[in-house]
Design a protein around this ligand. Structure first.
Ligand SMILES: Cc1ncc(COP(=O)(O)O)c(C=O)c1O
Length: 425
């Protein structure tokens, strides 16, 4: 039974809502049971039946070095031998904070939390506390975790649902979240005009990657920055996915834009639970215990997570990003070719867009996709059969048409050759 995915899933469903601890894991809308994985190594992940897959989900992004990078593992083992939670001041978070503040010119201070959601939640409260305004702007299709005020027109596990929102979010909360379309600066201007002096912050994924991959123009992002400055609203870059992934400094570095606050998750913990919020001292010092904006956490800055994060980030050089990008280009090309050629062109209407070490398979369109309403409505129809076929071939992508694919440093020449072999097998 322990190697039978269907039986494991049936058992899970009895004692865990929907059988999963995060919705996308449940293979919703797909004809097969979710795979249960129990081991991973480099670019490969192995299920309980012993079948291995080339992993392009990579835990949804944190594992930029691949699974079980030996240096990270060694650091974690050393830390583990000394204890794994102190609930007190410790040197591990100090080291990671120093490492980051030294390298990210747009932040003076950083606060560690346990997830991307927590980071965003804190950023919302901080933006409101700092500006003494209550409304926030988010963009249609951007996902910022499952904090109430952001579960409105969100992406990720909510992408594609008829009502892209959640039950349990009081109207009073959602009324303070204003939604604007991506890539439409006039809409943002109009929103600011309608809510003059009410907007605390504009939250954006500068590389929207939770509703497909909707790459924004540099000029647009700069115009968003300028508007926020003019209207005295904080610009919050949610770099939970893009931070340390598209460059060490994330999209802030790539675009040359200085956000007022930045939120991180995923890679910053190297695969252990960490989120963070960073910004200049005059804003960050509004946080407790210095300032009046409360924030706390029993396990915040957990030593293992701090060590995992630092060990991961220390291995990322400028050259790493060149390698990641070059290899992901090759991976995207191979998928593109396979989609065009495979089985008399049965997937020929699907293409691949790639940015850095991210890629996304989507229905072919005439123009670049920049806003959620431009995504063809047949997205998930084409996805289901393709996902199943890839799974059979030992290739694992995230089990949802709107999720992006992630490559890692472990997706090297040998893995790329193996990908080609498996695709055409
Ligand atoms: C841009 C963005 N923000 C926030 C989050 C929430 O992070 P977490 O799942 O760690 O709570 C995610 C998760 O995918 C994300 O992609």
């Amino acid at each position: 039974m322990l190697d039978n995915h269907k039986e494991l899933f049936e058992l899970s469903k009895k004692i865990i809502p929907g059988g999963v601890h995060s919705p996308v894991r449940g293979f919703k809308g797909l004809p097969m049971a979710p795979r249960f994985f129990e081991r991973a190594e480099g670019a490969y992940i192995t299920d309980v039946a012993g079948k291995d897959y080339i992993d392009f989900c990579m835990s949804f992004g944190p594992l930029i070095l691949g699974h079980r990078d030996r240096d990270v593992e060694q650091e974690l083992r050393h830390a583990l031998e000394r204890g794994w939670s102190y609930g007190a001041c410790e040197p591990y978070s100090l080291k990671l904070a120093q490492f980051l503040v030294d390298r990210l010119p747009f932040i003076d201070q950083i606060r560690f939390v346990n997830s991307g959601t927590e980071a965003v939640m804190t950023a919302i409260r901080l933006a409101r506390g700092y500006t003494k305004r209550s409304k926030i702007i988010k963009f249609n299709g951007c996902y910022h975790g499952h904090v109430d005020s952001m579960l409105i027109k969100a992406g990720s596990g909510l992408a594609g649902s008829a009502d892209a929102s959640s039950a349990g979010v009081p109207k009073g909360v959602s009324d303070d979240t204003l939604i604007v379309e991506l890539n439409d600066i006039d809409a943002l201007k109009a929103c600011f005009e309608e809510h003059k002096d009410e907007i605390a912050g504009v939250f954006i994924e500068p590389l929207p990657a939770n509703n497909g991959l909707l790459i924004q123009d540099n000029e647009y992002l700069h115009a968003v920055r300028d508007l926020c400055t003019k209207e005295k609203a904080l610009l919050v870059f949610d770099e939970v996915i893009s931070g340390f992934r598209v460059a060490f400094g994330g999209m802030a570095k790539v675009t040359g834009i200085k956000p007022d606050l930045v939120t991180y998750g995923k890679i910053i913990g190297g695969g252990l639970p960490v989120g963070a919020i960073g910004g200049p001292e005059h804003i960050m010092s509004e946080l407790a215990p210095v300032g009046p904006v409360y924030q706390a956490g029993t396990l915040s800055a957990n030593p293992l997570a701090m060590v995992g994060g630092l060990a991961t980030l220390s291995k990322l050089s400028v050259a790493s990003y060149d390698v990641l990008e070059a290899n992901t280009k090759r991976i995207a090309d191979i998928f593109r070719r396979w989609l065009a050629e495979y089985s008399d062109g049965k997937y020929a209407n699907t293409s691949v867009i790639q940015y850095g070490s991210l890629f996304w398979m989507h229905p072919k369109t005439d123009k670049e996709l920049k806003a959620i309403h431009e995504i063809p409505s047949n997205l998930s129809e084409a996805f289901g059969p393709m996902f199943g076929e890839l799974l059979e071939k030992g290739i694992y992508i995230a089990p949802n048409a709107w999720e992006v694919g992630f490559a890692s440093m472990a997706h090297d020449d040998a893995v790329i050759a193996e990908l080609e072999k498996r695709l055409w097998s």
